[in-house]
Design a protein around this ligand. Structure first.
Ligand code: GLN
Ligand code: ZN
Length: 763
């Protein structure tokens, strides 16, 4: 019987139970015990659900209260000094302080940095390490969760982040070499493995996703050393798991490591199967990732079956296990919960629970089960209906894309010329202040939206509500003295969903939540067909907001790459083709805004970096089409229209040429958490246009002081021209409360004034 395994299950809960429990706990409404009880209940439900869906071997320790990388740091006692006192008295409090920062009782703790988990929209917390770092087992989360499952009748495979990937994902705060810490880390891993063995775990899934990256020989050697040492521990069998791409030049290395099984991603990289089969040593289990853990489309099981049969022919039945390509963390929980999803599109989809069902069907087909053929035939029929649908293919879109010329992705004049025209048009002070777009989405705002959606609030009432909120926001910004205003984005639920809802070619789920970080979830739109903009999407609110004030009002759009990146994208054409369609729809919006008198337009592209392929060899192609898409969208306007873009949580070193090639007049970036480190790339590159390095970390409830922001700005000033510098927060304010927003922005405006005074004094 072919075994179906799973690499990880969404932990947020089918109705975001974990999110709500976390937020109640953070607000002080629920005790730690209540939170832990909810967490336990979710784990149990998820194990039941996975087994019922057809998985034989289930994961444990894939659950996390916030993030699995943070869990790993905590587990091995990689707790930076500033949290240590708290960790002794209140471990859970320290854990959340590392995740979110903490300002209580006169103690002010900065959070760890956060960054994207490979090329996903999941964010992990970056462990802070230093030379001489000691590691030791702290607590027993993986063992406890294994035993918890066992007590409930589930024999699970604990999931661990492997030691070399852990170090790779960490940073050292003193610039020392993080891989030098491997030696000290391995005994802690070995101890954990032996505890798991003693607890009765037969297998451990040890994730080394970095094996699908370009690795230096140092890292390759670290992998060799790590697994040679772990092989000697008293331990369960190890399933070395790789995902998000091909092993490529690391295949021989991965196959040589002394483990008991290898998981490979055959969705992103089906072409590697043959080479993997050849490299796999005798006796080793192959876990074949055949169902996409990163997307929501129903699997082409005929193709998957061909690969599985081929592998089985080479390996024999007991050495081939079936699995999703990666953890199912990245897809929603259950399609069956969707009661109002577009009837035509719904049968084309598959969420976490359904994906396990697909794997079950695949296993049954492989084992020659009598009812498998009927299941495969049904699957085939759904795929066929998708292929044939006239809602997927619209000739007018294909024609417009075909008519694009290079002219369509060039502004009228180069930046220096535009700058002159814009200076005259806007009359801004030096170090202009602005925000990134959204203002607090309070309970009131969310409630009004919900009531409108459910019909309790009429269109007119909702409009009046939004108008009042927008006006209040404009007055607030005038009052605290910001230079370039925004309308506040009250009408938007989410920066992609808002646009997707107004474009053809998208559908939306009700409960298709996917964890982004901690308690934050996103509900990615599903792009199923050609993209068309039937009508303007943002003009009305921007125009209204501008009518309230003489100060420039910035129009606010989500860029084509971000729309693509944060959606589930159709898999029946190249991503670049879908992106270009979105860019054309947005280009029309930009020119409509300009025509409506909006002189400054921000096209947010916070996701451009995360779209970067994991392998360097594929970067240039991606960046070419991504930059082109942005430019298509930005280039329909005249020189006087100032185009801004915004990017956050991005590491810019690798893409700085492309960022410059986007040729936005102004870019705002995330920098405050990393103390302006991110600015390095811009400085080294001599970034030519204007730039607003974020001075206020809006991802944490912590309010920075004026002095702190002045300090950051002086750091920026030391390396950028005065005329280049803007003053703004790291990102939008929608998750913040009004009180903290007021304080932080007042202090930010004050910081800009102090800087202007510096300048006046110098002159
Ligand atoms: N304009 C958006 C906002 O302010 C940008 C959000 C983002 O960068 N993620 O919310
Ligand atoms: Zn942002």
């Amino acid at each position: 019987m072919t075994i179906v395994t799973n690499l990880g299950f969404p932990r947020i809960g089918p109705r975001r139970e974990l999110k709500h429990a976390l937020e109640r706990h953070w607000k002080g409404e629920d005790s730690a015990d209540t939170l832990q009880a909810t967490a336990r209940e979710l784990r149990l439900r998820h194990w039941h659900l996975q087994r019922e869906a057809g998985a034989d071997l289930l994961p444990s320790n894939d659950f996390s209260l916030y993030d699995q990388v943070l869990d790993t740091a905590f587990l091995f006692d990689a707790i930076p000094q500033r949290y240590r006192a708290l960790a002794e008295s209140d471990p859970l409090g320290a854990y959340f302080a590392m995740a979110r920062g903490r300002q209580t009782d006169g103690v002010d703790l900065r959070a760890l940095e956060m960054t994207k988990w490979f090329d996903t929209n999941y964010h992990y917390l970056v462990p802070e390490l230093q030379a001489g770092q000691r590691f030791a087992l702290r607590g027993d989360k993986p063992v406890a969760e294994f035993l918890e499952a066992k007590a409930a009748g589930f024999n699970t495979r604990p999931v661990l982040l492997g030691p070399v990937s852990f170090l790779h994902l960490s940073k050292t705060v003193d610039g020392s070499d993080r891989f030098a810490l491997l030696d000290g880390l391995l005994p802690a891993y070995a101890a954990l493995l032996s505890h798991l063995h003693a607890a009765g775990a037969e297998w451990v899934q040890i994730d080394e996703p970095i094996l699908t990256l370009d690795l230096t020989t140092q890292v390759q050697d670290a992998l060799r050393e790590a697994y040679a040492r772990l092989a000697q521990a008293t331990r369960p069998k190890l399933m070395l798991s790789t995902y998000f791409g091909a092993l490529g030049d690391n295949l021989v290395l991965a196959a040589e490591l002394p483990v008991d099984g290898l998981h490979v991603d055959l969705v992103r990289a089906p072409e590697q199967l043959d080479a993997v089969l050849q490299a796999l040593p005798a006796g080793r289990v192959l876990s074949a990732g055949l169902v996409n853990g990163r997307n929501v489309w129903r699997t082409n099981l005929d193709n998957a079956l061909t690969l599985a049969r081929y592998a089985q022919g080479q390996l024999g039945a007991d050495r081939l296990w079936l699995a999703p390509s990666c953890s199912l963390l990245h897809v929603p929980v259950d399609l069956d919960q969707e009661k109002t999803l577009d009837e035509e599109v719904k049968p084309w989809l598959s969420f976490a629970r359904q994906k396990l069902g697909e794997l079950r069907l695949l296993a049954n087909a492989l084992d020659g089960a009598p009812d498998a053929d009927a299941g495969l035939a049904e699957q085939r029929a759904h795929l066929e209906s998708r292929r044939q649908s006239p809602r997927v293919h619209r000739p007018e879109v294909a024609q417009r894309v075909a008519r694009l010329t290079p002219q369509d992705s060039r502004r009228q004049s180069p930046y220096p010329q535009r700058r002159r025209v814009q200076e005259a048009a806007f009359d801004l002070p030096v170090y202009p202040t602005t925000t990134i777009g959204s203002f607090p989405q309070t309970q009131d705002v969310r409630q009004a939206r919900a009531r409108h959606k459910s019909g309790k609030l009429s269109d007119a009432e909702y409009d009046a509500f939004l108008a009042a909120e927008t006006e209040r926001c404009v007055r607030f910004q005038e009052q605290i003295g910001l230079d370039v205003l925004v309308h506040g984005e009250y009408e938007r639920n989410d920066m992609v969903e808002y646009f997707g809802e107004q474009l053809d070619g998208f559908v939306f789920t009700k409960l298709g939540w996917v964890q982004s970080y901690g308690s934050r979830c996103v509900k990615p739109p599903i792009i199923f067909g050609d993209v068309v903009r039937p009508a303007p999407m943002t003009v009305r609110w921007s125009q209204y907001a501008q009518s309230l004030t003489p100060r420039p009002m910035k129009g606010m759009l989500t860029g084509p790459v971000t729309v693509l990146q944060w959606s589930f994208v159709r898999d029946d054409q190249a991503r670049s083709a879908t992106c270009r369609q979105i860019a054309l729809a947005l280009r029309d919006e930009v020119t409509d805004l300009e025509a409506a008198g909006i002189g400054i337009i921000q096209i947010d592209e916070p996701a451009i970096r995360e779209g970067l392929p994991l392998r360097r060899g594929e970067w240039a192609t991606y960046l070419d089409w991504a930059v082109e898409a942005f430019r298509i969208c930005a280039s329909g306007v005249g020189d006087a229209t100032q185009i801004h873009t915004h990017m956050c949580y991005s590491e810019f070193n690798d893409i700085i040429d492309a960022v410059a090639a986007m040729d936005a007049d102004v870019i705002s970036i995330e920098t405050s958490r990393s103390r302006m480190e991110l600015l390095d790339a811009f400085v080294r590159f001599a970034y030519p246009n204007e730039i607003g390095p974020g001075v206020y970390d809006i991802h944490s409830p912590r309010i920075p002081s004026t002095a702190e922001m002045v300090d950051l700005l002086r750091k920026a000033r030391a390396v950028l021209r005065d005329a280049q510098l803007w003053v703004n927060p790291d990102c939008g304010l929608k998750t913040r409360g009004w009180e903290e927003t007021r304080h932080a922005l007042e202090q930010m405006v004050e910081a800009a004034r102090i800087l202007r005074a510096d300048l006046a004094r110098a002159a």
